[in-house]
Structure formats: structure tokens, C-alpha cells
Design a protein around this ligand. Sequence first.
Ligand code: ADP
Length: 346
Amino acid sequence: MSGLAIHQLNKAYGPVNALSNISLSVANGQFVCLLGPSGCGKSTLLRIIAGLEATTSGKVLLDGKDITEVPAHLRDFGMVFQSLALFPHLTVGENIAYPLRIRGASKEVQDREVQRLLDLVHLPGVADRAITQLSGGQRQRIAIARALALKPKLFLLDEPMSALDAKLREAMQVEVKRLQQELGITTFLVTHDQREAMTTADLVVVMSGGVIQQIAPPVEIYRSPANAFVADFIGVANLIEGDAKVGGRVVVPGGQVLIDGVAAGGKVNFSARPEDLTLQSAAGDSTVAGTVAFIRHLGSSLEVNVAVPGLAKDLIVVMSPREHLPFDLGDTVHVHVPGSACVVLR
Ligand code: ADP
């Protein structure tokens, strides 16, 4: 297969299993986000792909060729770290040309490539500046340009945007995605920011505790989370447990929810997104009763917390800010939970 494949990879640091049984297959040209909370093994996986870390067991294949034992400097992958690791004593141009210089490229080739790469990251004409004269966002682009100097087969990014302020980070995410599409380069981005993953990825790899929880495109991760961890980690999820009765009736605290295809008997856990729920004044076929516990006017949306006795967390309902809310704090409401919006979780 052409692309990057990982087979049954394990990595232990002494007694700590940083990665357990990781298998993954990525076609060339894909943008992959490794997403999960701090300590879940994202960086370790990226560093193994880069060749900066040895595996305990398992294989890494590139275009079908086993590269598990190939050292990092022979993989020719481009990498950008959180620290950026630019050389402060070199100019912008010297930084970008560095990988070309150590491979013996002529001065002409170096100059030409520096121009090309600066154009690519939309910073023409700064080759002679000192790194210290650049803003955080500009340094970011220089680190990206340097990583792309060798026309790498894989582009590896370890949370490079996490030090930027929110607005600039969002702008850089769009820029990195556009650049990746323009170059068609297979890219792995480590992030703990689900919004960043949703913005950039073709494929999201959700990780927790060194284990892959789900691999899917962003929308599928959001709409069809594989388990409660993924549902809760990506966006806001209402997680509800109930007792399954005949006819898809799930009895939950405060009412019942009708979910097609749920077999009778036993407990059912399901998740429903806040934007799929609505508030009504009377009980219905698929409603849960509670009291309005909090109202947030967020400008672009209106968010209502409904406290339901027996549920550990408030249900969250998101509405358009233009909708009229005929309820006040403390009022009894009935949350309509449409079965079609419920994802039954393993
Ligand atoms: P993430 O990038 O998701 O924050 P890491 O891949 O950095 O997670 O770490 C995964 C686990 O491996 C953590 O428990 C971390 O403490 C451990 N770990 C990472 N690097 C080392 C190391 N060099 N030595 C010992 N333990 C490590």
C-alpha cells in the first residue's frame, strides 16, 4: 500500500505503557490529527513515526517498506516542534537553508529554495532579517518553511501552534491546512485541541491512555463517536444511561427516550449533542423533565443547562440566539431528546 502504515506498535518506558497495540493506515496526501488529552501518547507516536524514538515492538511502513529501524536523519521527514527550534544566531534565510546546506546544496540552490519557501509561507523578502525581528506567527511560518525545504515525504507537526494566542492560532490552522492541500503532502499534527483537529484533519485519531479510541473523519467522530470517551472529548455531549424496554423505549431519569433498534433488557448508555435537543413546556414521547439551572447568552448561541434529578450532570441544550426562550431559571421544562440524535455507546 502507498502511504504510512503502523502495525501493532507498542512503546513502554519502564513500567509505563505509553502506546499499546497501535495500528493505523494512512493514504498519501492525508492530513491526520493525533488528538487526545495530555499524556495519552500522541507525541510518542509522532516521534516514533519521525524515527526519534525506538519502538518496543511493532512496525512502521512507508509505501510498503519497513522503516522501523531507519534513523531519523535518513527518513527525510519535515518536522516542526512546539519550541520551533529555530537557530537564533542565524538569519531567516540561513535557518530555512540549513537542511539544504548540511546536505551540500550549492549557494544558488539554497537561495532559490529560500525564495520559493518564503513565497510559499507568504513571507517574501524577509530572508536577511534576524529571527528575533519576527513575530510569533512569522517564526511559525519560518519553522514550517525550513521543515519543507527537503520536500519531505511526511510533514510532522508536534503542537507547533499551541504557544500562539487564540486568534492567530486559528489563522495559522487555516494556513497550514491550505499549504498542505496545495502541496498534497501527508501530514501528522499532534494536538490536544479538538477545534484544531476539526479545522485541519481529513482523519482524526483519537487517543486515550496510549490506546486508539477511534479513527475517522472529523464529522464522523462528532456525529458517531465510538464510545463515551470520544463523545465527551469532542465537543459537548449529553451522556445518559437508561434501562432498555421493548419497542426501543429507554427509561431514563426524568422520562424516557425512544431509540430505534435498541434491544430490550439491560442498561443502555447513549450520547446526544446539545444542538439536537429542544425545550418544550409539556412532556412528550421522548422527553426528560428537569429544571432550568443556568442560561448562557453566548452571542452566537443560547445555551441552557437543565438539571435532571438522577443525572450526574445537567443536560445542555443549545439554541439559536434568535429563538425566544419562554423559560426562566427554576422553571420546570421538558427536554425533547429525539431518538435519531442519540448515539448508543459501547
Ligand atoms: P502526549 O503527547 O499525549 O502528551 P506523550 O507521548 O508525551 O503524551 O507521553 C505518553 C506517556 O509516556 C506519558 O505517561 C509520559 O509520561 C510517558 N513518557 C513520554 N516520554 C517519556 C520518556 N522519555 N521517559 C519516560 N516516560 C515518558
